[in-house]
Design a protein around this ligand. Structure first.
Ligand code: ATP
Length: 224
């Protein structure tokens, strides 16, 4: 039976990547990220706010504000931290670009883990240069017990070739896929935006520091 931290070897760093619009960041993101970071014994788990997500509508508030909220949310919460590289690029946030740019900064044996929800994972074949992703990282799929979608054919082949049952057995800098079962907190940014637009409280759904920022900057009000 593998124990937490067994996958750590030599001085290679273990770095997780958790992307999202974070419009706004909430306790669902943070709790999930923290649990994965602890279970996987990550040295860092980087929350990566996306600039112009290729797969969805534009975020409601400016990149600057989404970044500020994620920074407040993870302040003092190592190993969680923020990586703002996608906001510095004036083009859609493709994961392959992010991974290539990160890889260029890391030691060759550092391990990278791209965290994806099951639904996002199932949509992988529509991503830009998707079949190159595993050249740069492992993929950790966050599986929810109620997930019911079937993976597409292209992904089934990849899963058969690259999947390991035990996420702690992922070895080397990248190239493999594994699954972590997690029951997510029933919170979404959509729900929080709707509450705030109606003038209702979002207390306890986001960290207090984030709520203070939202109110101080008048974000998500119906007039916005
Ligand atoms: P929206 O409601 O605007 O679609 P969201 O709450 O789903 O937003 P995103 O920023 O789109 O948040 O999500 C970033 C990542 O966090 C995605 O991988 C998503 O699956 C994951 N995520 C979203 N909500 C939760 C949650 N409650 N628990 C765990 N992970 C979550």
């Amino acid at each position: 039976m593998p124990k937490r931290g067994d996958a750590r070897r030599s001085d290679a760093r273990r770095i997780g990547i958790f992307g999202g619009t974070f419009d706004p960041v909430h306790i669902g993101h943070l709790r999930s990220a923290l649990e994965v970071a602890q279970f996987m014994a990550l040295d860092e788990l980087r929350l990566v706010p996306s600039a112009r997500p290729p797969h969805r509508d534009a975020p409601q508030v400016r990149a600057h504000d989404r970044l500020a909220m994620v920074e407040l949310a993870v302040a003092g919460l190592a190993p969680l931290r923020v990586d703002d590289r996608e906001l510095a690029r004036d083009k859609p946030s493709y994961s392959i670009d992010t991974l290539e740019s990160l890889r260029a900064e890391l030691a060759t044996d550092d391990q990278l883990f791209l965290l994806l929800g099951w639904d996002a994972f199932c949509g992988l074949p529509s991503w830009h240069r998707w079949n190159e992703l595993l050249e740069h990282c492992h993929i950790l799929v966050l599986q929810r017990p109620d997930a019911d979608s079937e993976p597409p054919e292209a992904l089934r082949n990849l899963m058969a070739a690259r999947s390991l049952n035990d996420p702690l057995a992922l070895s080397g800098p990248g190239g493999q896929i594994s699954f972590i079962w997690q029951t997510p907190l029933a919170v979404s940014a959509t729900q929080i935006r709707a509450l705030l637009a109606r003038g209702e409280s979002a207390r306890y759904l986001v960290p207090d520091s984030v709520l203070t920022y939202i109110h101080a900057h008048g974000l998500y009000r119906a007039a916005n």
